[in-house]
Design a protein around this ligand. Structure first.
Ligand code: FAD
Ligand code: N01
Length: 546
């Protein structure tokens, strides 16, 4: 997806030395740059793509949109920004979110601080100089006091290692690296591999264009209708009048969104009729609301089963062919312990005559052939294949960079048995390296913009503290890191989440260590802990002098 180093010439725009290198120009990298500039620190952003946007730059597949409502899925650091930008839909589509990020880049004049079309290949800590040397695929290097990874949790798109992919004579695409000019599937025979969020969003669109669409499903997923529509003008008015007040409530919440429909009891305390009514109410409301119908859905399997059965009953209601409906009914994991999918007409799409579903759970895809996909002894012929096969999540983008800390220790070696961090912000042995929404932080289990802002604010305050106290380095201690990793695991094991073979646990990448990566304790609890650590003069970190 990026040209090899040998083909790229240096752009000679990178400064030789800065206070901070920021890798990535998505929501995280842009806000980080803004904060550092406001502190009069010199910083440069290095970005592989040729524009800003991160996720919203790369994921241009048809149907891509947010699943956190637009009014919440935006920056909250500037009330004027929230007032000046108007979202059109309850769940904004990718082009609109990308326009928003571009608007932000222009409004705060950030573009001249970003070098595009450049991939960071290595980052090495020099213990004597106490500086990072960051190298790019153009052969350039930058020396920086701080190295801040804003590389994204879902930015390392992954095509499974299918035998024979090179021999396929048709076109193929990955949802996470979609061509900018779009793809016209009109009249084509298309195969989609995968039924996660990206597939669930794109399948209805592809089905409307293609002559025939075949979906290969390994694991059936829970999906809830978005009931998308125009932004509610009343709510828009209320929120944009004082956005920071709403954002403060989101920051104190479990998931990083302003709590509504707060659950007050166990599913088992409700009668079957009450449960039916309460699930139905949230199904009609749409989106993630159903996940918080009761307060024990994430921790009690019996309660969880009631939600799972409700969704299965909906699938049977929508999908006309009973056999197809049964294949689409998720049974392999508890409700919402993989990322819940939010859709527009997903299950309805299987009622179209030009759509068929192939269950590859028992009989996996054997190979990609010259003409299509082989499952068992059956070959399906296609003009195009779409890999909606997800990402090497949370650690993939970091592992792609040769990051070396003290004594030349490679991050990949340190994380051989799974990622270890203190608060998801720092790694022992890697001074002055920060990971925005790193493993061990709420990140992907939250409204990510809220988590990104909380991390960027914390890192900025930390760098301000170091400067004020004339300190050169900050590094997580091994003890603090060990304790945090234990805590992250304990909290995860208290829930039903580890029962799912999800990307949260690395299960989608063969050979990846099985470790529950995000912190499930909640955005509010986590933010309070980070604040306490800072207030206690960065407890759990070693601070180094000049
Ligand atoms: P990213 O947006 O991933 O940006 C990281 C950037 O770093 C990329 O541009 C990448 O090119 C660059 N980069 C990585 N490695 C290198 C390198 N070595 N050198 C140079 N550049 C590099 N979250 C939500 O909370 N709500 C949603 O509704 C939602 N919808 C999503 C929909 C899709 C299709 C996907 C894939 C994710 C979604 N997410 C959602 C998660 C989403 O990733 C975050 O919300 C957010 O956009 C992440 O921003 P970021 O800046 O941290 O990372
Ligand atoms: O990726 P995924 P995604 N043979 O990993 C299947 C965010 N997001 O891009 O489940 C056959 O979820 C795999 O099967 P299985 C969101 O956080 C948000 O869809 O491993 N199938 C699965 O069905 C989301 O969770 C939105 O058995 C194979 C699919 O490919 C995250 O990004 C939209 C296979 C991958 O699903 C990732 O979503 C899009 C194989 N060898 C993304 N290998 C919103 O709605 C993999 N699969 C906002």
């Amino acid at each position: 997806m990026t040209a090899p180093a040998a083909q790229l010439a240096p752009l000679s725009r990178l400064p030789a030395s800065v206070d901070a290198v920021i890798v990535g120009a998505g929501f995280a990298g842009l806000y980080m740059l803004l904060r550092l500039r406001r502190m009069n620190m010199s910083a440069v952003v290095i970005e592989a793509g040729d524009g800003v946007g991160g996720t919203w730059y790369w994921n241009r597949y048809p149907g891509a949109r947010c699943d956190i409502e637009s009014l919440e899925y935006q920056y909250g650091f500037d009330d004027d920004l929230a007032r000046d930008w108007k979202w059109t839909e309850r769940y904004a589509a990718q082009p609109e979110i990308l326009r928003y990020i571009q608007f932000v880049a222009d409004r705060y004049e950030l573009r001249d601080g970003i070098q595009f079309e450049t991939r960071v290949t290595s980052a090495t800590f020099d213990e004597d100089a106490k500086r990072w040397t960051v190298t790019t695929n153009r052969g350039e290097t930058v020396s920086a006091r701080f190295c801040i990874m804003a590389t994204g949790c879902l930015s390392s798109a992954r095509v499974p290692e299918f035998k024979g992919l090179d021999s396929f004579t048709g076109e193929w695409y990955h949802t996470g690296a979609w061509p900018h000019e779009g793809v016209d599937f009109t009249g084509k025979r298309v195969g989609v591999i995968g039924t996660g969020s990206s597939a669930i969003q794109s399948i209805p669109h592809i089905a409307r264009q293609a002559a025939h669409l075949t979906v290969f499903q390994r694991t059936a997923n829970f999906s809830i209708p978005a009931h998308n529509g125009p932004v509610d003008p009343e709510r828009e008015k209320e929120m944009s009048a004082q956005y920071s007040v709403f954002r403060a409530r989101a920051r104190a919440s479990q998931g990083g969104v302003v709590p509504r429909m707060v659950p007050v009891r166990s599913a088992l305390e409700a009668t079957p009729e009450e449960r039916q009514q309460e699930y139905q109410q949230r199904w009609e409301y749409g989106g993630f609301a159903i996940g918080s119908t009761y307060n024990d859905l994430a921790i009690n399997k019996e309660s969880n089963d009631t939600a799972a059965e409700f969704v299965r009953s909906k699938i049977r209601e929508i999908v006309k062919d009973p056999e197809t409906a049964e294949v689409l009914c998720p049974r392999d994991y508890p409700f919402a312990t993989k990322r819940l999918c939010i859709d527009i007409d997903y299950f309805e799409t299987y009622n179209r005559p030009n759509v068929s579903l192939v269950d590859v759970k028992g009989s996996p895809i054997e190979e990609i052939t010259r003409h299509g996909v082989r499952v068992g002894d059956k070959e399906y012929e296609f003009d195009a294949i779409v890999f909606a096969t997800g990402f090497d999540a949370m650690t993939g983008a970091l592992s792609n960079i040769d990051i070396r800390g003290r004594d030349g220790l490679a991050l990949t070696e340190k994380w051989e048995h799974g990622p270890r961090t203190y608060l998801g912000l720092q790694v022992a042995g890697f001074p002055n390296l920060f990971t925005i929404t790193g493993p061990g932080s709420p990140s992907v289990l939250s409204n990510m913009i809220v988590s990104i802002e909380q991390h960027v604010d914390w890192i900025s305050d930390c760098l301000g503290y170091l400067r004020e106290h004339e300190l050169q380095t900050i590094e997580a201690t091994v003890e603090a890191e060990d304790a945090w990793v234990d805590h992250v695991n304990q909290v995860a094991n208290f829930t039903l989440y580890p029962l799912a073979n999800s990307w949260y646990i690395g299960a989608n990448v063969p050979g990846k260590p099985r470790v529950f990566m995000p912190y499930i304790g909640g955005v509010g609890v986590y933010g309070a802990r980070c604040a306490e650590v800072a207030a206690a003069d960065y407890e759990g970190f070693t601070l180094g002098g000049m």
